[in-house]
Design a protein around this ligand. Structure first.
Ligand SMILES: [Zn+2]
Length: 371
């Protein structure tokens, strides 16, 4: 699975069909939820059916939808794929399939440009992520990026053979010697982790070890690593890569939710004091038109029909004539998706917030402004 970068998403967002619209399909194929092939085929049929109605006989879109259906029904490797993002514009021979390591919200969007907001949200969630697992004798250091294992080191330190059977209850010099060896092992593990970090830094870090060992290990870590700690995972040193990856993905999602909550609370504070921030769809669209947006915050499942001006780019909730240039407006399925694309095009930071009730109360969208 390729790592999808923010730059790649922006490039995708910049694609325009000359005469024909672009069809975007997100499909949830998560094996934990939709166990059989038949389950997600039904989901696909449901979203394609409504897209065909909206396509209203457009030949290029019709071919897009057929190609998407054929691709999914032909089957693909689901062992690591939980979501698909597909972009097609048949008239321009444009076709991209991105397998994703996490589930997505199934939907088809037909618009002037690829609908990248879900993808944008995923690239934010997937920083490089370090995982250090240890027991009394073994340690494993792994780095994941976008749900893929990109680096790992294994470490086995010698301890007396009957260490486990004697445990910590032994008295005297021998147990002191064993404790010293165990402490040396954890120091060694912490050094390996820091070495991996120095070779190529990761943004987040988590530890998996039995309770007393985890505490001792965390205390031994280089401060750079301790600063990046975001919780422990309940995964042992002998776990499979898939188990470790799943646990790391869960921690990553928690980290991302916390970042979203911080951004929303900043937005709420600044809106309350009238300090370079606003909330609600109509004011946000106006701020985008004026290029005043620094950061756009939007609820992940928010969508709303609206109008776009093909002549000047105006986005609005009311048709049919552009208030900026008096051209005829085009109705669009989802003006929120258009707003995200406009923001990306203006190099704004876009925060897609999942299950954030505070943002929902403020109108499900808002912006921190440049001025
Ligand atoms: Zn206009």
């Amino acid at each position: 699975m390729a790592v999808i970068t923010e730059a790649a998403v922006r490039e995708l967002a910049g694609f325009r069909g000359q005469g024909a619209p672009v069809t975007t399909c997100y499909l949830d194929v998560d094996g934990r939820r939709l166990s059989r092939h038949r389950d997600y085929e039904q989901e696909l049929e449901r979203i394609l059916r409504s897209a065909r109605v909206r396509a209203n006989g457009n030949a290029s879109v019709g071919r897009d939808l057929q190609r998407i259906e054929d691709y999914v029904k032909a089957g693909f490797d689901r062992s690591r794929t939980r979501g698909l993002a597909i972009f097609s514009c048949s008239d321009e021979a444009f076709w991209q399939v991105l397998p994703l390591p996490v589930p997505v919200r199934s939907r088809v969007i037909v618009n002037q440009a690829p609908a990248v907001s879900q993808l944008e949200s995923l690239t934010q969630e997937f920083d490089r992520f370090g995982v250090l697992l240890a027991d009394k004798q073994r340690a494993r250091m792994l780095v994941f990026h976008f749900g893929e294992l990109v680096d790992h080191s294994d470490l086995l330190d010698e301890l007396p053979r009957d260490y486990d059977s004697r445990g910590h209850s032994d008295q005297g010099d021998v147990s002191g010697h064993v404790d010293a060896l165990a402490a040396a092992h954890l120091r060694h593990a912490a050094e390996v982790a820091f070495q991996v970090f120095q070779d190529e830094p990761f943004q987040h870090f988590t530890v998996g070890a039995p309770g007393p060992i985890a505490g001792a290990l965390e205390a031994t870590l280089h401060p750079y690593l301790r600063n990046r700690l975001c919780g422990r995972i309940a995964v042992g040193v002998t776990a499979s890569t898939a188990e470790i990856r799943d646990a790391a993905l869960d921690v990553e999602r928690e980290v991302e939710r916390r970042q979203e909550a911080d951004s929303v609370s900043r937005l709420r504070g600044q809106v309350a004091t009238g300090n370079r921030a606003l909330a609600g769809l109509a004011p946000t669209l106006e701020a985008l038109a004026a290029r005043r947006v620094d950061q756009l915050l939007v609820s992940a499942d928010f969508n709303e029909p609206g109008w776009r001006c093909d002549a000047c780019g105006h986005l609005g909730l009311v048709g049919r004539v552009c208030p900026a240039c008096a051209s005829q407006l085009t109705p669009v399925d989802d003006i929120v998706e258009e707003a995200v694309e406009a923001a990306l095009g203006q190099s704004c930071h876009v925060e897609i917030c999942v299950d954030n009730a505070d943002l929902d109360v403020m109108g499900r969208i808002g912006a921190l402004l440049r001025y």
